[in-house]
Design a protein around this ligand. Structure first.
Ligand code: TXA
Ligand code: MG
Length: 351
């Protein structure tokens, strides 16, 4: 693999005329040479390369250590870029674009002629989104091509929500990281597939089931059963992989703080260093080596925002075992629980 002295290119998200910013130009120059750079989006940091270049796509898979049968999302800054990228747009997809773009919604559409097979992992469809982040939009525009961009983590690790997280994972493997500070949503985009009437959620994310129903009508949104049921193959290839896993074994606990603390005490007695993933409201109930509130239970958006950061900090603390609270599966809670269940490899203890 090619090695780089990974640079950090800081950009103020609120600056005017970002497309002319020297760090945005620098990132786009690397992209024009078919190399890949990390950049902030409103969800998580992405590892971006020219979606029309086989070399750039190969670099993305190589840097992340990503299985080649897992397709990438193509990011655009303007709907004109859909030409050649997709071959048709169902009516429902158009409605969703009007409602949620730019924003954390990825739409799977029939693939057009200008997309590399490597991007779609040989599928007849391509996943597209327009990110709601001024820096991401500026880099796409300055590069002049749609950008393929998976989350900028090593495959299997939690997605990066800061430039530091990207650096931890990809240092030496990429020329640079555009640093626009912490990302806002914190979990990845919602991935959907559309037919003329129905919308199927392939990966829950920043745009919720309720948000989608609001636009396409009650009863027209379903969740891919393959996400929840291990016996079925998920329709989105990426959903079958272990993901977001901290280094230590992680167990979810569906019960009271007292019950969770009892589990902790047993492990402590065996001499283990314990981490607890909790919320602001419950942090006072626990005693362990590393107690991390991700956000407020009352406001699950704050939990989504800090979830991956919290999972990563257990690695820094070097704990032997992690216990985590569960959340109601409504709103963004569906995405939070999907990620937590994956990090825990499906391990849940009920009271
Ligand atoms: O928020 C996000 O979506 C972030 C930022 C960087 O935009 N990107 C992201 O990409 O999460 P990645 O590669 O980590 O996840 C892409 C997901 C995978 O689960 C992949 O299998 C699915 O989208 N996907 C991509 N193309 C697909 C297709 N044609 N059909 C079904 N699923 C697809
Ligand atoms: Mg990812």
């Amino acid at each position: 693999m090619k090695s780089f002295q990974t640079e950090r290119w800081t950009v103020d998200n609120f600056e005017e005329n970002l497309i002319k910013h020297p760090h945005v130009i620098q990132a786009s120059l690397w992209i024009k040479q078919n190399e890949v750079v990390a950049l902030p989006t409103e969800t998580v940091y992405g590892l971006a390369g020219n979606a029309q270049s086989d070399q750039a796509i190969a670099r993305i898979f190589e840097a992340k250590g990503r299985p080649s049968d897992n397709p990438l999302i193509v990011h655009i800054s303007d709907r004109k870029q859909l030409e050649g990228l997709v071959s048709s747009i169902p009516e429902n997809a158009e409605k969703l674009m009007n409602a949620f773009w730019p924003g954390p919604l990825t739409i799977v559409l029939p693939k057009g002629e200008d997309v590399s097979e490597k991007v779609t992992a040989g599928l007849s469809t391509v996943a597209v989104r327009m990110p709601d982040h001024p820096v991401a939009l500026a880099v796409i525009e300055a590069s002049g091509v749609p950008l393929a961009a998976p989350s900028a983590n090593l495959s299997g690790k939690p997605s990066p929500t800061t430039a530091n997280h990207v650096y931890e994972d990809l240092k030496g493997k990429i020329p640079g990281i555009v640093d626009g500070g912490s990302t806002g949503v914190g979990v990845e985009s919602t991935v959907v597939e559309c037919t003329d009437k129905k919308v199927t959620i392939l990966r829950p994310g920043g745009v919720t089931f309720e948000d989608l129903e609001h636009v396409v009508g009650a009863g027209n949104v379903t969740i891919d059963p393959g996400i929840q049921n291990e016996k079925l193959a998920p329709r989105s290839p990426g959903m079958k992989y272990t993901h977001y896993a901290p280094d230590a074994p992680f167990v979810l606990v569906d019960g009271s703080p007292e019950f969770l603390q009892q589990l902790v005490d047993k492990e402590k007695a065996a001499g283990k260093k314990i981490g607890i993933l909790t919320t602001d409201e419950r942090v006072i109930f626990y005693q362990a080596d590393c107690v991390i509130p991700a956000g407020r239970r009352k406001n699950p958006e704050t939990v989504a925002q800090h979830l991956y950061e919290a999972l990563r900090s257990f690695n820094e603390a070097g704990v032997d075992q992690i216990f985590g609270e569960v959340f109601p599966k409504t709103g963004v809670g569906v995405a939070i629980m999907n990620r937590l269940e994956k990090s825990a490899g499906g391990n849940i203890i009920k009271e």
